[in-house]
Design a binder for this molecule. Structure first.
Ligand code: FAD
Ligand code: 5PR
Length: 375
């Protein structure tokens, strides 16, 4: 923790991006208030895969050690077509981990509290001003040196200012659920510790991404085209899914019991700029992406961290610092977003062996390297 630097930040949204931005700023000496519109800080369920880029951020902000016991490293990322294995990838030792979103959110919320971030729940942000202010639903206007829009894909901070953006929706979407591991019922065996990406194209496109998160919990993402009403139905239509993936019957039976699930279409948002004056956008508000490379949250946390480190190192002319930060960090996110959209469009992840060094560029990135002198 650095000494107070006399600077003030207001952060909108306590998702992964907002928690990382707020925690990093507070640790660098800022006076930080984090606004969450929900009644409490609680993530929507389901699991997540994190790679080196975000794992390094977690280490840098002291959230890694609390999270570690709630995560696992599956032996392989296996891909199957019609239950035939087409590849088993281990990324040559590149760090990656699976976990529930709940575990990640709790570790980040702990780090924010430990770092002295003031967290206000039931605090909805309705607008922001590039001159350095945030307006709450209550009518209160709060001024600060830095305003962070980490309020997700429907960002009010972004839309109240009118950032220029292009939005593309994909033809597929997923229902993401946490169910019991069911390892024994599935047949036991080490293969059930792998991430397994089960792609079926006949008689219809129904894919199950199987992601063990720890000893007890399994994350499954059930992908179906938006136009497939049965495949995208909530609760999960057991008969339709088990017909396609009979070897996953125990897991699908558990999935069908969950009534509060959600089916989300994929979308890609590309903004012309990530900042305007004293307002910086991080996470889905700036670059919502298709999930194919599992980097939505990873890039959100990475960019939240690099933004917070950049403004801490060069706070004097903050709007210019934000422009320089974007110029430096943006390319890698743009390329990841474009590749994720391409994989969603072509469904080419099904071919296996897709995690080439080029595709893993974002995953391998260490955003903390250039900042070691400041920490
Ligand atoms: P968000 O996670 O959307 O967080 C935004 C936060 O801001 C929320 O807490 C919200 O309540 C709050 N907020 C919104 N508007 C306001 C406002 N006006 N005022 C105050 N607060 C506000 N990726 C994976 O890799 N694996 C997954 O399993 C996975 N599951 C997902 C499930 C769902 C339902 C969704 C929507 C996305 C999922 N993603 C997943 C994608 C990934 O989680 C996102 O890319 C990542 O969460 C983006 O983080 P964020 O902090 O930018 O936005
Ligand atoms: N990877 C992950 C994921 O959750 C999804 C995809 C890939 C971790 C689906 O949400 O390609 O759709 C994908």
């Amino acid at each position: 923790m650095k000494e107070k630097n006399g600077l003030k930040a207001e952060v909108a949204g306590a998702g992964f991006a907002g928690l990382v931005a707020a925690t990093t700023l507070a640790q660098q000496g800022w006076d930080v208030t984090l606004h969450e519109r929900g009644e409490e800080m609680r993530p929507l369920g389901a699991g997540i895969v994190l790679w080196n880029n975000s794992l390094q951020v977690l280490k840098a902000i002291d959230a890694y050690d609390t999270l570690l016991p709630h995560t696992m490293v599956p032996p392989y990322y296996e891909t199957r077509i019609h239950n035939e294995s087409v590849s088993k990838e281990d990324f040559d030792g590149l760090p990656w981990r699976t976990m529930t979103r709940r575990a990640l959110h709790e570790a980040l919320a702990d780090a924010a509290i430990q770092s002295g971030v003031k967290i206000l729940v039931n605090s909805e942000v309705v607008a922001a001003d590039p001159a350095g202010s945030l307006t709450l639903a209550s009518g209160e206007v709060r001024h600060a040196d830095l305003i962070v829009g980490a309020d997700g894909v429907t960002s009010q901070v972004r839309d109240s200012i009118g950032f220029e953006q292009e939005r593309t929706r994909s033809k597929d979407g997923v229902t993401r659920l946490i169910v019991p591991r069911c390892k024994e019922e599935l047949g036991g065996g080490d293969e059930w510790d792998n991430v397994i990406d089960f792609w079926n194209f006949e008689p219809r496109v129904l894919r199950v991404l199987y992601v063990p998160c720890n000893e007890d919990e399994l994350y499954i993402a059930l992908m179906a085209p938006i136009e497939d009403e049965e495949g995208s139905a909530i609760p999960v239509n057991y008969d339709v899914w088990v017909e396609s993936h009979p070897y996953l019957a125990p897991v699908l039976r558990e999935a069908a019991k969950i009534t509060e699930g959600r089916y989300d279409g994929y979308q890609t948002n590309v903004l012309k700029n990530w900042s305007n004056g004293r307002v910086a956008l991080v996470g889905d508000s700036a670059h919502a992406m298709c999930p194919a490379l599992a980097q939505g949250a990873g890039t959100a946390m990475t960019n939240a961290y690099t933004m917070a480190m950049a403004v801490s190192a060069r706070p004097e002319n903050l709007p210019e610092t934000l422009v320089a930060w974007e110029a430096e960090e943006r390319g890698i996110t743009d390329r990841c977003q474009a590749k994720s959209a391409w994989y969603a469009e072509t469904r080419n992840m099904s071919k296996g062996n897709q995690f080439t060094p080029e595709v893993l560029e974002t995953a391998a990135y260490d955003p903390t390297e250039k900042h070691v002198n400041h920490v």
